[in-house]
Write a protein that binds this ligand. Structure first.
Ligand SMILES: Nc1ncnc2c1ncn2[C@@H]1O[C@H](COP(=O)(O)OP(=O)(O)OP(=O)(O)O)[C@@H](O)[C@H]1O
Ligand SMILES: [Mg+2]
Length: 510
Protein backbone atom coordinates (compact mmCIF):
# COMPACT_ATOMS: atom_id res chain seq x y z
CA UNK A 1 0.00 0.00 0.00
CA UNK A 2 1.16 3.46 -0.75
CA UNK A 3 1.08 5.67 2.23
CA UNK A 4 -1.39 8.49 2.03
CA UNK A 5 -1.11 11.86 3.69
CA UNK A 6 -4.81 12.40 3.76
CA UNK A 7 -6.02 11.51 7.23
CA UNK A 8 -9.34 10.37 5.84
CA UNK A 9 -7.73 7.41 4.17
CA UNK A 10 -6.64 4.22 5.93
CA UNK A 11 -3.97 4.76 8.53
CA UNK A 12 -0.53 3.49 7.53
CA UNK A 13 0.36 -0.04 8.54
CA UNK A 14 2.74 0.86 11.32
CA UNK A 15 0.12 2.94 13.06
CA UNK A 16 -2.29 0.05 13.08
CA UNK A 17 0.33 -2.28 14.48
CA UNK A 18 1.13 0.13 17.28
CA UNK A 19 -2.49 0.53 18.25
CA UNK A 20 -3.05 -3.21 18.34
CA UNK A 21 -0.20 -3.57 20.77
CA UNK A 22 -2.12 -1.33 23.09
CA UNK A 23 0.19 1.67 22.90
CA UNK A 24 -1.64 4.93 23.51
CA UNK A 25 0.81 7.38 22.07
CA UNK A 26 1.49 7.43 18.36
CA UNK A 27 4.65 5.57 17.38
CA UNK A 28 7.82 7.53 16.72
CA UNK A 29 8.45 5.92 13.37
CA UNK A 30 6.02 5.04 10.63
CA UNK A 31 6.26 3.92 7.05
CA UNK A 32 6.50 7.07 5.05
CA UNK A 33 5.86 5.29 1.82
CA UNK A 34 6.03 1.91 0.30
CA UNK A 35 6.12 1.69 -3.47
CA UNK A 36 4.54 -1.19 -5.28
CA UNK A 37 6.90 -3.85 -6.69
CA UNK A 38 9.96 -2.31 -5.07
CA UNK A 39 8.90 -2.93 -1.53
CA UNK A 40 11.00 -0.23 0.03
CA UNK A 41 9.91 0.93 3.41
CA UNK A 42 11.29 4.29 4.24
CA UNK A 43 11.00 5.41 7.80
CA UNK A 44 10.36 8.97 8.66
CA UNK A 45 8.71 10.16 11.82
CA UNK A 46 5.03 10.62 12.25
CA UNK A 47 5.63 14.25 13.08
CA UNK A 48 7.41 14.78 9.81
CA UNK A 49 4.42 13.62 7.85
CA UNK A 50 1.53 15.06 9.81
CA UNK A 51 3.22 17.84 11.72
CA UNK A 52 4.65 21.13 10.57
CA UNK A 53 3.09 23.89 8.64
CA UNK A 54 2.28 23.52 4.94
CA UNK A 55 4.23 26.13 3.01
CA UNK A 56 3.61 25.05 -0.55
CA UNK A 57 1.43 22.48 -2.20
CA UNK A 58 1.46 21.17 -5.72
CA UNK A 59 -1.27 18.87 -7.00
CA UNK A 60 -0.37 16.82 -10.04
CA UNK A 61 -2.14 13.93 -11.69
CA UNK A 62 -1.52 10.99 -9.37
CA UNK A 63 0.37 12.84 -6.69
CA UNK A 64 0.31 15.77 -4.36
CA UNK A 65 3.45 17.40 -3.03
CA UNK A 66 3.70 19.44 0.14
CA UNK A 67 6.55 21.50 1.54
CA UNK A 68 6.45 21.57 5.32
CA UNK A 69 8.17 23.64 7.94
CA UNK A 70 8.69 22.36 11.47
CA UNK A 71 9.02 24.25 14.74
CA UNK A 72 12.81 24.08 14.65
CA UNK A 73 12.82 25.63 11.14
CA UNK A 74 13.58 22.38 9.29
CA UNK A 75 11.93 22.04 5.90
CA UNK A 76 10.80 18.71 4.50
CA UNK A 77 9.29 18.01 1.14
CA UNK A 78 6.65 15.29 1.20
CA UNK A 79 5.52 13.46 -1.92
CA UNK A 80 2.19 11.74 -1.59
CA UNK A 81 1.28 9.51 -4.50
CA UNK A 82 -1.97 7.74 -5.25
CA UNK A 83 -2.51 4.81 -2.94
CA UNK A 84 -3.10 1.44 -4.58
CA UNK A 85 -4.48 -1.75 -3.12
CA UNK A 86 -3.12 -5.24 -3.64
CA UNK A 87 -5.26 -5.86 -6.73
CA UNK A 88 -4.18 -2.64 -8.38
CA UNK A 89 -0.59 -3.33 -7.45
CA UNK A 90 -0.77 -6.73 -9.16
CA UNK A 91 -2.24 -5.22 -12.32
CA UNK A 92 0.48 -2.57 -12.44
CA UNK A 93 3.21 -5.18 -11.93
CA UNK A 94 1.75 -7.40 -14.62
CA UNK A 95 1.65 -4.63 -17.21
CA UNK A 96 5.08 -3.32 -16.28
CA UNK A 97 6.73 -6.71 -16.48
CA UNK A 98 5.17 -7.27 -19.91
CA UNK A 99 6.53 -3.97 -21.12
CA UNK A 100 9.98 -4.80 -19.73
CA UNK A 101 9.96 -8.26 -21.32
CA UNK A 102 8.92 -7.04 -24.76
CA UNK A 103 10.74 -3.72 -24.57
CA UNK A 104 12.07 -3.88 -28.11
CA UNK A 105 8.65 -4.62 -29.50
CA UNK A 106 7.08 -1.65 -27.72
CA UNK A 107 10.02 0.73 -27.98
CA UNK A 108 8.76 2.84 -30.90
CA UNK A 109 5.36 3.37 -29.35
CA UNK A 110 6.88 4.23 -26.00
CA UNK A 111 9.24 6.80 -27.46
CA UNK A 112 6.41 8.27 -29.53
CA UNK A 113 4.40 8.68 -26.33
CA UNK A 114 1.74 6.11 -27.26
CA UNK A 115 1.68 4.47 -23.88
CA UNK A 116 -2.09 3.99 -23.98
CA UNK A 117 -1.75 1.95 -27.17
CA UNK A 118 0.85 -0.29 -25.53
CA UNK A 119 -1.21 -0.77 -22.38
CA UNK A 120 -4.31 -1.44 -24.44
CA UNK A 121 -2.57 -4.25 -26.27
CA UNK A 122 -1.29 -5.84 -23.06
CA UNK A 123 -4.66 -5.57 -21.37
CA UNK A 124 -6.33 -7.33 -24.29
CA UNK A 125 -3.67 -10.05 -24.40
CA UNK A 126 -4.28 -10.86 -20.76
CA UNK A 127 -8.04 -10.44 -20.94
CA UNK A 128 -8.08 -7.97 -18.07
CA UNK A 129 -10.13 -5.26 -19.76
CA UNK A 130 -12.69 -4.97 -16.96
CA UNK A 131 -10.23 -4.77 -14.08
CA UNK A 132 -8.25 -2.22 -16.06
CA UNK A 133 -11.30 -0.08 -16.78
CA UNK A 134 -12.09 0.36 -13.10
CA UNK A 135 -8.56 1.27 -12.09
CA UNK A 136 -7.47 3.00 -15.25
CA UNK A 137 -6.21 6.30 -13.83
CA UNK A 138 -3.97 4.78 -11.21
CA UNK A 139 -2.61 2.12 -13.53
CA UNK A 140 -1.88 4.65 -16.24
CA UNK A 141 -0.11 6.84 -13.69
CA UNK A 142 2.21 4.19 -12.29
CA UNK A 143 2.92 2.46 -15.58
CA UNK A 144 3.60 5.82 -17.21
CA UNK A 145 5.75 6.94 -14.32
CA UNK A 146 7.95 3.86 -14.56
CA UNK A 147 8.19 3.47 -18.34
CA UNK A 148 8.23 6.77 -20.18
CA UNK A 149 8.19 8.89 -17.04
CA UNK A 150 10.80 9.65 -14.44
CA UNK A 151 10.16 6.97 -11.85
CA UNK A 152 10.57 8.06 -8.27
CA UNK A 153 11.49 11.59 -9.22
CA UNK A 154 8.44 11.97 -11.46
CA UNK A 155 6.39 14.02 -8.95
CA UNK A 156 9.46 16.20 -8.36
CA UNK A 157 10.06 16.84 -12.07
CA UNK A 158 6.50 18.06 -12.52
CA UNK A 159 6.41 20.45 -9.56
CA UNK A 160 7.23 23.90 -10.94
CA UNK A 161 8.40 25.09 -7.50
CA UNK A 162 11.35 22.70 -7.69
CA UNK A 163 14.47 23.95 -9.46
CA UNK A 164 17.00 21.22 -8.63
CA UNK A 165 16.87 17.52 -7.79
CA UNK A 166 19.77 15.60 -6.33
CA UNK A 167 19.94 11.81 -6.17
CA UNK A 168 22.81 10.08 -4.40
CA UNK A 169 22.64 6.32 -4.08
CA UNK A 170 19.81 5.31 -1.81
CA UNK A 171 19.73 8.49 0.30
CA UNK A 172 16.57 10.49 0.51
CA UNK A 173 16.37 12.49 -2.70
CA UNK A 174 16.94 16.21 -2.07
CA UNK A 175 15.42 19.20 -3.84
CA UNK A 176 15.77 22.94 -4.06
CA UNK A 177 12.63 25.04 -4.16
CA UNK A 178 12.55 28.34 -6.03
CA UNK A 179 11.16 30.19 -3.02
CA UNK A 180 13.94 28.84 -0.74
CA UNK A 181 16.83 29.16 -3.11
CA UNK A 182 19.69 28.65 -0.72
CA UNK A 183 19.18 25.21 0.67
CA UNK A 184 18.83 21.57 -0.14
CA UNK A 185 15.67 20.10 1.31
CA UNK A 186 15.17 16.39 2.08
CA UNK A 187 12.18 14.67 0.54
CA UNK A 188 10.50 11.48 1.68
CA UNK A 189 11.43 9.55 -1.45
CA UNK A 190 14.53 7.56 -2.25
CA UNK A 191 15.55 4.52 -4.27
CA UNK A 192 15.11 1.23 -2.44
CA UNK A 193 18.56 -0.02 -3.46
CA UNK A 194 21.48 0.67 -5.79
CA UNK A 195 20.09 -1.66 -8.43
CA UNK A 196 16.85 0.30 -8.65
CA UNK A 197 18.65 3.61 -9.00
CA UNK A 198 20.91 2.18 -11.73
CA UNK A 199 17.94 0.74 -13.58
CA UNK A 200 16.28 4.11 -13.38
CA UNK A 201 19.25 5.88 -14.98
CA UNK A 202 19.70 3.25 -17.68
CA UNK A 203 16.05 3.52 -18.62
CA UNK A 204 15.82 7.32 -18.66
CA UNK A 205 19.16 7.72 -20.43
CA UNK A 206 18.28 5.25 -23.16
CA UNK A 207 14.89 6.83 -23.74
CA UNK A 208 15.82 10.47 -23.60
CA UNK A 209 19.52 10.91 -23.74
CA UNK A 210 22.44 9.06 -25.06
CA UNK A 211 23.58 5.68 -23.88
CA UNK A 212 25.21 5.10 -20.57
CA UNK A 213 27.13 1.97 -19.66
CA UNK A 214 29.93 0.70 -17.48
CA UNK A 215 32.36 1.86 -20.17
CA UNK A 216 30.95 5.40 -20.34
CA UNK A 217 29.41 5.74 -16.92
CA UNK A 218 28.39 9.37 -17.27
CA UNK A 219 25.69 10.98 -19.33
CA UNK A 220 24.12 14.40 -19.54
CA UNK A 221 21.20 15.47 -21.61
CA UNK A 222 18.48 18.06 -21.90
CA UNK A 223 14.86 16.99 -21.88
CA UNK A 224 12.15 19.21 -23.31
CA UNK A 225 8.46 18.57 -23.50
CA UNK A 226 6.64 21.78 -24.17
CA UNK A 227 3.22 20.12 -24.06
CA UNK A 228 3.89 18.82 -20.58
CA UNK A 229 5.61 22.07 -19.67
CA UNK A 230 8.87 20.55 -18.55
CA UNK A 231 12.44 21.31 -19.47
CA UNK A 232 15.48 20.15 -17.57
CA UNK A 233 19.12 19.20 -17.79
CA UNK A 234 20.16 15.93 -16.22
CA UNK A 235 23.63 14.67 -15.43
CA UNK A 236 23.85 11.11 -14.25
CA UNK A 237 26.68 8.79 -13.35
CA UNK A 238 26.62 5.12 -12.59
CA UNK A 239 29.35 5.56 -10.04
CA UNK A 240 32.85 4.28 -10.48
CA UNK A 241 34.42 7.66 -11.15
CA UNK A 242 35.03 8.98 -7.71
CA UNK A 243 32.38 7.19 -5.75
CA UNK A 244 30.62 3.90 -6.20
CA UNK A 245 27.24 5.48 -5.81
CA UNK A 246 24.81 6.27 -8.54
CA UNK A 247 24.22 10.00 -8.77
CA UNK A 248 21.78 12.12 -10.70
CA UNK A 249 21.58 15.90 -10.76
CA UNK A 250 18.64 17.54 -12.40
CA UNK A 251 18.52 21.25 -13.09
CA UNK A 252 15.05 22.32 -14.12
CA UNK A 253 14.29 25.32 -16.26
CA UNK A 254 11.00 27.08 -16.75
CA UNK A 255 9.45 25.95 -20.07
CA UNK A 256 9.13 29.53 -21.07
CA UNK A 257 12.46 31.10 -20.20
CA UNK A 258 12.40 33.89 -17.64
CA UNK A 259 12.55 37.35 -19.13
CA UNK A 260 13.76 40.55 -17.51
CA UNK A 261 10.19 41.23 -16.40
CA UNK A 262 10.01 37.90 -14.51
CA UNK A 263 13.35 38.47 -12.84
CA UNK A 264 12.31 42.00 -11.86
CA UNK A 265 9.11 40.63 -10.33
CA UNK A 266 11.14 38.02 -8.41
CA UNK A 267 13.20 40.87 -6.94
CA UNK A 268 16.39 39.65 -8.63
CA UNK A 269 17.24 43.00 -10.18
CA UNK A 270 15.76 46.43 -10.87
CA UNK A 271 14.62 47.68 -14.31
CA UNK A 272 17.66 49.99 -14.24
CA UNK A 273 20.13 47.16 -13.70
CA UNK A 274 18.39 45.16 -16.44
CA UNK A 275 18.58 48.15 -18.81
CA UNK A 276 22.28 48.53 -18.04
CA UNK A 277 23.02 44.91 -18.96
CA UNK A 278 20.92 45.22 -22.10
CA UNK A 279 22.78 48.38 -23.12
CA UNK A 280 26.14 46.66 -22.62
CA UNK A 281 25.31 43.74 -24.90
CA UNK A 282 23.85 46.05 -27.56
CA UNK A 283 27.04 48.10 -27.55
CA UNK A 284 29.05 44.90 -28.11
CA UNK A 285 30.60 45.10 -24.70
CA UNK A 286 32.48 42.22 -23.12
CA UNK A 287 30.85 41.15 -19.93
CA UNK A 288 31.01 38.30 -17.45
CA UNK A 289 28.17 36.75 -15.49
CA UNK A 290 29.78 35.35 -12.40
CA UNK A 291 28.78 33.72 -9.13
CA UNK A 292 28.38 30.43 -7.30
CA UNK A 293 26.64 27.38 -8.72
CA UNK A 294 22.92 27.68 -9.34
CA UNK A 295 22.59 31.38 -8.58
CA UNK A 296 20.92 32.27 -11.88
CA UNK A 297 23.84 33.28 -14.13
CA UNK A 298 22.60 31.45 -17.22
CA UNK A 299 19.06 32.61 -16.55
CA UNK A 300 20.05 36.28 -16.37
CA UNK A 301 22.21 35.89 -19.47
CA UNK A 302 19.28 34.28 -21.29
CA UNK A 303 16.97 37.14 -20.29
CA UNK A 304 19.52 39.65 -21.58
CA UNK A 305 19.92 37.76 -24.88
CA UNK A 306 16.18 37.80 -25.40
CA UNK A 307 16.57 41.60 -25.70
CA UNK A 308 19.46 41.54 -28.15
CA UNK A 309 18.96 43.28 -31.49
CA UNK A 310 17.28 40.63 -33.72
CA UNK A 311 18.92 42.09 -36.79
CA UNK A 312 22.38 41.26 -35.49
CA UNK A 313 24.13 37.93 -35.48
CA UNK A 314 24.16 36.13 -32.17
CA UNK A 315 26.39 33.07 -31.80
CA UNK A 316 26.09 30.97 -28.67
CA UNK A 317 28.33 28.11 -27.60
CA UNK A 318 27.34 25.82 -24.78
CA UNK A 319 27.91 22.27 -23.78
CA UNK A 320 24.25 21.35 -23.99
CA UNK A 321 21.18 23.33 -24.94
CA UNK A 322 20.31 25.45 -21.89
CA UNK A 323 19.79 28.83 -23.51
CA UNK A 324 16.29 29.29 -24.91
CA UNK A 325 15.35 32.16 -27.20
CA UNK A 326 12.46 32.82 -29.52
CA UNK A 327 12.55 30.34 -32.39
CA UNK A 328 11.72 33.14 -34.82
CA UNK A 329 15.09 34.69 -34.10
CA UNK A 330 16.77 33.74 -37.38
CA UNK A 331 19.99 35.52 -36.59
CA UNK A 332 20.76 33.14 -33.74
CA UNK A 333 23.41 30.49 -34.43
CA UNK A 334 23.67 28.03 -31.55
CA UNK A 335 26.56 25.54 -31.18
CA UNK A 336 26.74 22.68 -28.74
CA UNK A 337 29.99 21.08 -27.64
CA UNK A 338 28.25 18.04 -26.07
CA UNK A 339 31.29 17.06 -24.10
CA UNK A 340 33.58 17.64 -27.08
CA UNK A 341 36.24 20.24 -27.71
CA UNK A 342 34.88 23.63 -26.68
CA UNK A 343 37.99 25.46 -27.77
CA UNK A 344 37.74 24.24 -31.37
CA UNK A 345 34.17 25.51 -31.64
CA UNK A 346 35.17 28.87 -30.22
CA UNK A 347 37.93 29.23 -32.82
CA UNK A 348 35.45 28.31 -35.54
CA UNK A 349 32.77 30.66 -34.20
CA UNK A 350 35.16 33.59 -34.21
CA UNK A 351 35.57 33.07 -37.95
CA UNK A 352 31.88 33.37 -38.73
CA UNK A 353 31.87 37.00 -37.55
CA UNK A 354 29.34 37.15 -34.76
CA UNK A 355 28.14 40.51 -33.48
CA UNK A 356 27.75 38.93 -30.08
CA UNK A 357 29.45 35.76 -28.97
CA UNK A 358 28.16 33.87 -25.95
CA UNK A 359 30.10 31.25 -24.04
CA UNK A 360 27.92 29.57 -21.50
CA UNK A 361 30.39 28.34 -18.92
CA UNK A 362 34.00 29.26 -19.48
CA UNK A 363 36.29 26.49 -18.40
CA UNK A 364 39.54 26.73 -20.23
CA UNK A 365 41.84 28.24 -22.71
CA UNK A 366 39.10 29.91 -24.81
CA UNK A 367 38.75 32.64 -22.18
CA UNK A 368 41.98 34.47 -22.96
CA UNK A 369 41.43 34.13 -26.70
CA UNK A 370 37.98 35.61 -26.78
CA UNK A 371 38.57 38.45 -24.37
CA UNK A 372 41.86 39.41 -25.95
CA UNK A 373 40.65 39.13 -29.55
CA UNK A 374 40.06 42.45 -31.26
CA UNK A 375 37.66 41.26 -33.93
CA UNK A 376 35.01 43.70 -32.80
CA UNK A 377 32.40 41.28 -31.53
CA UNK A 378 30.60 41.60 -28.25
CA UNK A 379 31.11 38.88 -25.70
CA UNK A 380 29.27 37.52 -22.70
CA UNK A 381 30.11 34.43 -20.68
CA UNK A 382 29.29 32.77 -17.41
CA UNK A 383 32.00 31.77 -14.97
CA UNK A 384 32.13 30.48 -11.40
CA UNK A 385 33.85 33.15 -9.31
CA UNK A 386 32.37 34.73 -6.19
CA UNK A 387 34.37 37.96 -6.02
CA UNK A 388 36.46 40.24 -8.21
CA UNK A 389 39.61 38.80 -6.64
CA UNK A 390 38.53 35.26 -7.37
CA UNK A 391 37.69 36.21 -10.94
CA UNK A 392 41.09 37.83 -11.47
CA UNK A 393 42.78 34.80 -10.00
CA UNK A 394 40.80 32.48 -12.26
CA UNK A 395 41.79 34.42 -15.38
CA UNK A 396 45.41 34.58 -14.28
CA UNK A 397 45.55 30.84 -13.61
CA UNK A 398 43.88 30.00 -16.91
CA UNK A 399 46.22 32.19 -18.90
CA UNK A 400 49.30 30.81 -17.13
CA UNK A 401 48.09 27.29 -17.71
CA UNK A 402 47.75 27.71 -21.45
CA UNK A 403 50.36 30.31 -22.27
CA UNK A 404 52.98 29.36 -19.71
CA UNK A 405 55.76 31.89 -19.61
CA UNK A 406 54.10 33.84 -22.41
CA UNK A 407 51.30 34.80 -20.07
CA UNK A 408 53.13 37.93 -19.06
CA UNK A 409 51.62 40.49 -16.73
CA UNK A 410 51.07 42.51 -19.88
CA UNK A 411 48.85 39.85 -21.45
CA UNK A 412 46.95 39.35 -18.22
CA UNK A 413 46.45 43.08 -17.93
CA UNK A 414 45.32 43.33 -21.54
CA UNK A 415 42.70 40.66 -20.98
CA UNK A 416 41.43 42.41 -17.85
CA UNK A 417 41.27 45.80 -19.53
CA UNK A 418 39.41 44.35 -22.50
CA UNK A 419 36.64 43.23 -20.22
CA UNK A 420 33.99 45.94 -19.84
CA UNK A 421 32.24 44.72 -16.76
CA UNK A 422 31.18 41.87 -14.57
CA UNK A 423 27.97 41.08 -12.73
CA UNK A 424 27.87 38.83 -9.68
CA UNK A 425 24.82 36.71 -8.95
CA UNK A 426 24.24 35.34 -5.48
CA UNK A 427 21.63 34.12 -3.07
CA UNK A 428 20.41 36.54 -0.40
CA UNK A 429 17.62 35.70 2.02
CA UNK A 430 16.59 32.68 -0.05
CA UNK A 431 16.36 34.74 -3.22
CA UNK A 432 18.57 34.81 -6.29
CA UNK A 433 19.76 38.38 -6.76
CA UNK A 434 22.11 40.47 -8.82
CA UNK A 435 24.52 41.13 -5.98
CA UNK A 436 27.13 43.39 -7.55
CA UNK A 437 28.04 45.01 -10.80
CA UNK A 438 31.55 46.25 -11.56
CA UNK A 439 32.89 48.12 -14.55
CA UNK A 440 36.53 47.77 -15.55
CA UNK A 441 38.51 50.93 -16.19
CA UNK A 442 39.94 50.57 -19.72
CA UNK A 443 43.15 52.34 -18.85
CA UNK A 444 44.06 50.96 -15.45
CA UNK A 445 42.19 47.64 -15.54
CA UNK A 446 40.77 48.47 -12.12
CA UNK A 447 37.33 47.17 -11.16
CA UNK A 448 34.88 49.91 -10.09
CA UNK A 449 31.74 48.89 -8.27
CA UNK A 450 28.64 50.60 -9.73
CA UNK A 451 26.04 48.55 -7.91
CA UNK A 452 25.71 46.53 -4.74
CA UNK A 453 22.53 44.82 -3.57
CA UNK A 454 20.21 46.39 -2.44
CA UNK A 455 21.60 49.91 -2.83
CA UNK A 456 20.68 52.01 -5.85
CA UNK A 457 22.53 51.77 -9.09
CA UNK A 458 25.25 54.44 -9.60
CA UNK A 459 24.12 55.53 -13.04
CA UNK A 460 26.70 58.28 -13.52
CA UNK A 461 29.63 56.03 -12.75
CA UNK A 462 28.20 53.39 -15.05
CA UNK A 463 27.57 55.74 -17.96
CA UNK A 464 30.95 57.42 -17.73
CA UNK A 465 32.68 54.02 -17.82
CA UNK A 466 30.64 52.96 -20.83
CA UNK A 467 31.32 56.29 -22.51
CA UNK A 468 35.06 55.75 -22.17
CA UNK A 469 34.64 52.50 -24.17
CA UNK A 470 32.61 53.98 -27.01
CA UNK A 471 32.46 57.11 -29.10
CA UNK A 472 29.17 58.03 -27.44
CA UNK A 473 28.72 60.85 -24.97
CA UNK A 474 27.33 60.33 -21.48
CA UNK A 475 24.18 62.23 -22.49
CA UNK A 476 23.59 60.07 -25.53
CA UNK A 477 24.15 56.88 -23.55
CA UNK A 478 21.88 58.23 -20.81
CA UNK A 479 19.08 58.59 -23.34
CA UNK A 480 19.65 55.08 -24.68
CA UNK A 481 19.62 53.78 -21.14
CA UNK A 482 16.33 55.54 -20.28
CA UNK A 483 14.75 54.28 -23.53
CA UNK A 484 15.51 50.78 -22.39
CA UNK A 485 14.22 51.30 -18.87
CA UNK A 486 10.99 52.56 -20.42
CA UNK A 487 10.70 49.59 -22.77
CA UNK A 488 11.19 47.18 -19.90
CA UNK A 489 8.64 48.97 -17.73
CA UNK A 490 6.14 49.12 -20.59
CA UNK A 491 6.41 45.37 -21.23
CA UNK A 492 6.19 43.95 -17.73
CA UNK A 493 3.49 41.41 -18.64
CA UNK A 494 4.89 40.23 -21.95
CA UNK A 495 5.89 36.67 -22.67
CA UNK A 496 8.60 35.60 -25.09
CA UNK A 497 6.31 35.28 -28.13
CA UNK A 498 4.85 38.78 -27.73
CA UNK A 499 8.07 40.36 -26.61
CA UNK A 500 9.93 39.42 -29.76
CA UNK A 501 7.71 41.32 -32.27
CA UNK A 502 7.58 44.29 -29.89
CA UNK A 503 11.34 44.28 -29.79
CA UNK A 504 11.69 44.05 -33.57
CA UNK A 505 9.45 47.11 -33.85
CA UNK A 506 11.37 48.98 -31.17
CA UNK A 507 14.73 48.40 -32.86
CA UNK A 508 13.38 49.28 -36.31
CA UNK A 509 11.93 52.57 -35.11
CA UNK A 510 15.07 53.86 -33.48
N1 LIG B 1 16.28 35.17 -10.59
C1 LIG B 1 15.74 33.97 -10.41
N2 LIG B 1 14.64 33.82 -9.66
C2 LIG B 1 14.10 32.60 -9.48
N3 LIG B 1 14.59 31.47 -10.00
C3 LIG B 1 15.69 31.55 -10.76
C4 LIG B 1 16.31 32.81 -10.99
N4 LIG B 1 17.40 32.61 -11.76
C5 LIG B 1 17.44 31.29 -11.99
N5 LIG B 1 16.43 30.65 -11.39
C6 LIG B 1 16.23 29.20 -11.40
O1 LIG B 1 17.31 28.65 -10.64
C7 LIG B 1 17.87 27.51 -11.28
C8 LIG B 1 19.34 27.76 -11.59
O2 LIG B 1 19.46 28.80 -12.51
P1 LIG B 1 20.67 28.88 -13.57
O3 LIG B 1 20.78 27.61 -14.33
O4 LIG B 1 20.48 30.13 -14.32
O5 LIG B 1 21.91 29.03 -12.58
P2 LIG B 1 23.47 29.09 -12.93
O6 LIG B 1 24.06 30.09 -12.00
O7 LIG B 1 23.67 29.31 -14.38
O8 LIG B 1 23.91 27.64 -12.51
P3 LIG B 1 25.27 26.85 -12.88
O9 LIG B 1 26.30 27.37 -11.93
O10 LIG B 1 24.92 25.42 -12.59
O11 LIG B 1 25.57 27.12 -14.31
C9 LIG B 1 17.00 27.27 -12.51
O12 LIG B 1 16.00 26.35 -12.16
C10 LIG B 1 16.37 28.62 -12.77
O13 LIG B 1 15.11 28.50 -13.41
MG1 LIG C 1 24.69 28.11 -15.79
Amino acid sequence: MIFSLKKKRDPPKALVVAKEKGKKEEPEVIYAFEIPYTGREVHITHKEVFGGKDLLRFEGIGFSNVLKRFDDGTLRYIVNEWSVDKKEENLISLILSDIMRFQEYYYDDLVAGNLDKVIDRIVRTHGIEIEFKFNKDKIMYYVGRDTTGFGLIHPLIYDPHITDIDVKGTDFIRVKIREFAGRWIDTNVGFPNEIASRQFILRVASLYGRGISEATPMVSFVYRNLKKKIRFRAAASLGGIKSDQTTVQVRKFPVKPFLFNDLIKFGTLSPEAAAAIWLLIDLKGKIAFSGPVGTGKTTLLNAALAMFDPRKKLVTIEDIEELALDFKRNSWVPYYARGGEFYEIVKFALRITPDLLILAEVLGRELGDVIASQTGHGLAFTIHANTVEEFQMRVRTLLRMYYGENASEELINLVMRNLWGIVFMNIKEDRRVLEQMHMVDPRSGEFLKVYEYPVDFDLNAFLSQVSSRTSKSIEELGREFLDRVKFIEDHMDYELEDLYPALVKWYNNR
